[in-house]
Design a protein around this ligand. Structure first.
Ligand code: AMP
Length: 558
């Protein structure tokens, strides 16, 4: 066991649970876990003020799993969650942590699925029931004894449950459980309505709140980017294209994530390595030395492994996974901007974590501006700039050393110097995409930001949005059609109907003449008749859509 996992081992949890947590890749308990686990293990009622992203689920799941009796085949713990997504997420977390506890089963009880199998799973002896209040009340109406054996109750995201109108259901559920039970309440906020519930239904509760002192961060330019969890790697790769960094540290939550991300970066040609608590101390030191002297440019680390890391070359910190608390955020971004230099910190935020972002902003007293993913044009510009920078210093004396060779090669091959230079460029850039069309083909289309309509505080299940479906390659073109492109896209407020309307009105075309219209985030594609295309594009030259110039151009895919 590494020194860092001692953090979990010291908490008096059931050894099989500690083993499962370590197998999951957690290195040390988060602040809320550190404080809540001993209280819940001791059987106290508790009020925990914490939002998603702090590790609150494990904060109650680990001690509760340690306290149940796997031999007893009856419901022993009930977790109430406001939405089906959260209920499923919590149930999955319990299953993960209970992997090495034979005989422990978990059932998720939520609306929209048949009741029969849920009730059957409860009757078959699931010890952990994770439920939404509405559906649980339906079960209680069928069988009022269903919760009679529950001696641990957790209200997760209690403020959300009240907002969704579950107050009456909660009262019904409280009554259906033994009064001697332990009750734990987690809530991001503690409005009067939550305090009132706590007063009525919790016995002498202990309070846990992650105290956040105001922290100052200077000389570090901070920004955040909204992404879905499954798009983080491609977002990181896009950002690296345009960020002008020297050395960079990326923070993730688990050991596995350090390994996965470091190998994704290596596969793209970056000099990257993982740094986590499993790596032997001398090897860690080697990684840090390599980062210092430029043999490595990127280190993907967990918080534990990066402790005390001081490398003046670090210009950028990417918080790929959200830190558990603002202190850890401040600590992480302090890895850059060393010795009075400027630093830049980027934070990836999934829709469910926006609240954590607000907490960070409040604690640091600074707004963390939103940035968007670079579009293909920006990637192209960055690639060309890098090429320019790498060639510019060579130009001065290249002619003296290689001019004669150039003459000979052009003569031998029978080509112009321009053709030869182009061939050399192709070779030197090793097949890297260096036209807009080639870049668009190569890049998975990550939406530039998570959908605005996604509720911050209600779990959205991090589902992929429209952008995900748009990753498909363009559809084959019909006979006689040409594909055209505009740099206007969804982020400019464009919808297919706006493009259609503009082209119909200004181009004087019949509706049938226009083929598929694909609106993507940073551009759109429209299929138009090949016949007379140049004339049509000339006609549309000054057309504006949503206040912006359409600038429709023929789109070549190669
Ligand atoms: P939660 O705040 O419960 O929604 O947890 C947020 C994320 O943190 C989940 O993906 C957990 O798997 C992860 N997590 C929770 N505790 C730890 C820990 N001690 N170390 C690493 N990851 C954790």
């Amino acid at each position: 066991m590494t020194q860092e996992t001692g953090g979990f081992a010291a908490l008096d949890l059931h050894p099989n649970i500690v083993a499962a947590v370590i197998a999951t890749g957690y290195e040390e308990p988060s602040a809320i876990q550190q404080q809540s686990i001993p209280i819940i293990l001791a059987g106290h009622d508790m009020i925990g003020q914490a939002q998603t992203g702090t590790g609150k689920t494990a904060a109650f799941a680990l001690p509760i799993l340690s306290r149940i009796d796997p031999a007893k085949r009856e419901p022993q713990a009930l977790i109430l969650a406001p939405t089906r997504e959260l209920a499923l997420q919590v149930a999955t977390a319990f299953e993960t942590y209970a992997k090495q506890m034979p005989g422990v089963t978990v059932v998720a009880v939520y609306g929209g699925a048949p009741m029969g199998p849920q009730l059957k799973a409860i009757r078959n002896g699931a010890q952990i029931v994770v439920a939404t209040p509405g559906r649980l009340c339906d079960h209680l109406r069928r069988d009022e004894k269903v919760l009679a054996t529950v001696n641990h109750l957790v209200l997760d995201e209690a403020d959300e449950m009240l907002k969704l109108g579950f107050m009456d259901d909660l009262e019904v559920i409280f009554k259906a459980m033994p009064e001697t039970r332990q009750t734990v309440l987690f809530s991001a906020t503690l409005p009067q309505s939550i305090r009132a519930i706590a007063e009525r239904h919790l016995k002498d509760p202990k309070h846990v709140k992650i105290q956040s002192k105001t922290q100052t961060v200077t000389a570090i330019e901070q920004a955040h980017l909204l992404v879905h969890a499954d798009q983080k790697t491609s977002a990181v790769l896009s950002l690296l294209e345009v960020e002008d960094f020297d050395a960079l540290i990326m923070f993730v939550r688990t050991k596995q994530a350090t390994l996965d991300l470091a190998s994704a970066l290596e596969a793209k040609g970056y000099k990257a390595a993982a740094l986590n608590g499993d790596i032997a101390q001398n090897q860690r030191e080697r990684v840090i030395d390599s980062l210092k002297d430029g043999r490595l440019d990127i280190v993907v680390a967990t918080d534990v492994a990066a402790r005390g890391l001081d490398v003046p070359r670090i210009t950028h910190v990417f918080n790929v996974d959200m830190p558990y608390d603002p202190e850890s955020y401040v600590h992480r971004i302090g890895r850059t901007g060393r010795a009075g230099r400027e630093g830049r910190a980027l934070l990836l935020v999934t829709p469910r974590e926006r609240r954590m972002l607000q907490v960070i902003e409040r604690v640091t007293g600074q707004k963390v501006a939103e940035v968007r993913l670079p579009d293909s044009q920006a990637v192209l510009d960055a690639r060309i700039k890098k090429l320019t920078n790498s060639l510019a210093p060579l130009v001065a004396d290249a002619e003296a050393s290689h001019g004669d060779l150039l003459d000979r090669l052009t003569a031998d091959i029978g080509c112009t110097p321009r053709a030869l230079a182009a061939a050399l460029l192709r070779k030197a850039t090793n097949g890297q995409a260096l036209t807009l069309a080639a870049i668009e083909k190569e890049r998975p289309l990550v939406p530039n930001s998570a959908p605005r309509g996604d509720r911050t505080d209600r779990p959205s299940g991090d589902r992929p949005d429209r952008g995900d479906r748009e990753r498909r390659a363009p559809m084959p073109l019909a006979e006689g059609r040409a594909r055209c492109r505009t740099a206007l896209g969804a982020r400019d407020g464009i919808a297919a109907k706006n493009l259609l309307g503009a082209i119909l009105n200004e181009g004087g075309l019949a509706r049938e003449a226009i083929g598929r219209i694909q609106v993507r985030d940073s551009f759109s594609l429209v299929e138009l008749p090949e016949d007379g295309l140049e004339r049509l594009l000339a006609k549309l030259k000054d057309t504006r859509v949503a206040g912006k110039q359409l600038k429709l151009r023929r789109y070549r895919e190669d």
